[in-house]
Design a protein around this ligand. Structure first.
Ligand code: 6R9
Length: 650
């Protein structure tokens, strides 16, 4: 923890939407009278077809958790992101597309063009029989069609569920089946870092495990050859030419689901996080504008993938709701070389840039020469998200990219929260490297005693992070399993939304997120349930048992450490290790591949058979001097064996 603070410059403050006084006044108002505060924001920031008469109707009581905002209002998200901007912005660029290969031309899609493309896409969906409330799975790379497909769903009231293109066929099939999608949208192949991912053939493999009624809409992006199944596969671009260029928006209830996004938890399969239409959009729009101090005419770039919530809120919905210009980048930070991010910033005169600490660390590791000579003078605000940022990475970002002059917003939030929760506002909040600082409007973070569950009143303290009351962007339920929603977020600490993170609060009331306190690990900013990796491992015929924990990893933040007990007739070998790594890649996706696999003849268990992960975590962290109480173990000797043979980290 460092105590250096970085206040915004006077110039910046003079132009900012929100300065320190305004933040204080607005924050106070948002907490004292949330209904008045959010009612006003919702009327000013969104277009309504029918006005709402109630603002907030929310209850965090276990057994009756219910979250509703603007409930009787009627609106449409696509109208708010596109149509309402047409009178003033038809010819303004809505989306800049920067392709994987820098030699290929970038595309600039205006609001008028976006309108037509979204209408045509919506008409294609309608022609496939997609109706209001139906689910559409989107398995696309970072191409404009991903945003277009999302907005087309919103236009006709279908619920989209974007699945990250890095997920395997199995993971895709699970999601298609869980939400019973009618349609999956994919592309032929996806160029990334000069290589190509065979998305269509992944989708083909997934669909073998799904109802044969599911239609497959294929965006021919690269033109690569793929298999084609008559009566199931649809050439989207060809169909878009044939349908009408206009499609009326469907009036939707404020609380109608806009999308489902699967995310990992500490137990079981990924759960479908459900977000609403109006509350989510309001929160996306407001946070995008204020956290990045976005002004009309700015070019804004969030480098996340649309497969994650960051891409939903801060590539698509937030910027477009604000009538902004948002950049979509198909490639990776290190292709053709480690200057690519900065080249793209220069080329498109990016004003706000938002990325993950893991990307910053990777680029920092390549050396400063990749930044030198690049004109980054259009940048005004830098942002990070996904994991705590370490001071070295923060300093490098600040010095080399921000030239010591730009505000850095370290934004803490989650798939479940819809948008930023604890974050600096760049014209208002002096920052401290590594701290997400202070809450956004309407957000009431509390620090709880992890065992007693009571609020810690002292300003300076440490505990678990919870939120005391609802905000419009909050998830509404787990798709198909409201009980799981209540149990996951409202049962450990009664009356609060429990985020799953630990935190410290310093003497200035700044929040420092210390990481997950549950069995979720954060690998390169990607959330992963250890249970998911374990169940993939034990699904392998040669594996008897597996336990997975996180360990500190220089580049990724956390790495995946797997303890594997083989079936009796199996011998450990390097070949088998590779086989298991490959297995997990195919079961879940490359991001879930274990970094280290330790053969474990036995796992430390309690007498009731529970694996003691606390101990496994310590061994993986090389901290086995502090194993704590091992007396409840059924067989304490397994611990010595594990320590002896622990994997040495390079
Ligand atoms: C937006 C997103 C959420 C988890 C969250 C926390 C970690 C995100 C962070 C951060 C420290 C930040 N996290 N932002 N930790 N500082 N600025 O990342 O959503 O994929 O659901 O992950 O990520 O642990 O609980 P999601």
């Amino acid at each position: 923890m460092t105590n250096t603070t970085y206040p915004p410059s006077a110039d910046f403050v003079a132009n900012a939407h929100v300065d320190a006084d305004r933040y204080a006044a607005m924050y106070k108002a948002s907490i004292e009278d949330p209904k008045a505060f959010w009612g006003k924001e919702a009327r000013e920031r969104l277009d309504w077809i029918e006005p709402f008469s109630t603002v907030k109707d929310t209850d965090f009581t276990l057994g009756q958790v219910s979250i509703k905002w603007f409930e009787d209002g009627v609106m449409n998200v696509a109208h708010n992101c596109i149509d309402r901007h047409l009178p003033a912005r038809a010819d303004q660029t809505a989306i800049i597309f920067e392709p994987d290969n820098p030699e290929d031309p970038a595309q600039h899609i205006t609001y008028a063009e976006l309108h037509e493309k979204v209408c045509r896409f919506a008409n294609v969906l309608l022609a496939q029989g997609v109706m209001r409330g139906d689910r559409v799975v989107i398995y696309l790379p970072m191409i404009p069609e991903a945003a277009i497909a999302m907005l087309a769903c919103a236009r006709i009231g279908a619920i989209h569920s974007v699945v990250f293109a890095g997920f395997s066929p199995d993971a895709l099939a699970n999601r298609i089946n869980d939400c019973q999608a009618k349609v999956v949208v994919t592309a032929d192949t996806a160029p990334r870092g000069g290589r190509r991912t065979p998305l269509k053939s992944n989708a083909d493999a997934a669909l073998l495990h799904c109802s044969d009624k599911v239609r497959c809409l294929v965006v021919k992006h690269t033109g690569d050859q793929t298999t084609w199944i008559q009566d199931r596969d649809v050439d989207v671009k060809a169909m878009m030419e044939q349908v009408a260029p206009d499609c009326p928006v469907r009036p939707m209830g404020a609380e109608d689901p806009l999308f489902i996004l699967y995310t990992s938890g500490s137990t079981g399969r990924p759960k479908g996080v459900v977000h609403s239409s109006a509350g989510y959009l309001l929160y996306a729009a407001m946070t995008q504008q204020l956290t990045f101090d976005y002004h009309d005419g700015d070019v804004y770039w969030c480098s996340a993938d649309v497969g994650w919530v960051t891409g939903h809120t801060y590539i698509v919905y937030g910027p477009l709701a604000n009538g902004g210009t948002t950049l979509m980048f198909e490639g990776v930070p290190t292709y053709p070389d480690a200057s690519r991010f900065w080249q793209v910033c220069e080329k498109h005169k990016v004003n706000q840039f938002y990325t993950a600490p893991t990307a910053i660390r990777a680029l920092m590791g390549q050396g400063d020469k990749f930044v030198e000579g690049i004109d980054l003078s259009d940048l005004k605000v830098l942002g990070t998200v996904g994991e705590p940022i370490n001071p070295e990475a923060w300093n490098w970002y600040n010095d080399k990219i921000g030239k010591g002059k730009l505000p850095i917003v370290d934004t803490w939030w989650q798939t479940e929260t819809g948008g930023h929760m604890i974050t600096p506002l760049p014209g208002a909040t002096p920052t401290k490297p590594g701290s997400a600082t202070t809450p956004f409007f309407g957000v009431q973070p509390v620090v709880l005693d992890p065992t007693a569950g009571t609020i810690i009143e002292e300003t300076k303290c440490e505990g678990v992070l919870a939120i005391a009351d609802s905000w419009p962007g909050q998830m509404r339920t787990v798709w198909g399993d409201h009980e799981r929603f209540e149990k996951t977020y409202f049962s450990d600490y009664k009356g609060y939304y429990f985020a799953g993170d630990g935190c410290r609060r310093d003497e200035d009331g700044y929040f420092w997120i210390t990481g997950r306190v549950d069995d979720v690990i954060n690998v390169s900013g990607h959330r992963m349930g250890t249970a998911e990796v374990e169940s993939a491992l034990v699904a392998h015929a040669k594996v008897a048992e597996a336990a997975v924990v996180g360990y500190p990893h220089d580049m990724k933040g956390q790495g995946i450490y797997a303890y594997v007990t083989l079936m009796n007739d199996q011998e450990p070998s390097d070949g088998l290790r590779k086989e298991l790594e490959q297995w997990v890649r195919t079961e879940i996706g490359p991001i879930a591949k274990p970094d280290l696999i330790q053969w474990a003849p036995g796992l430390p268990k309690t007498r009731s058979g529970k694996i003691m992960r606390r101990i496994l975590r310590k061994i993986a962290e090389n901290d086995y001097g502090a194993l704590g109480d091992t007396s409840t173990l059924a067989d304490p000797s397994v611990v010595d064996e594990l320590i002896e043979n622990r994997m040495h980290r390079g």
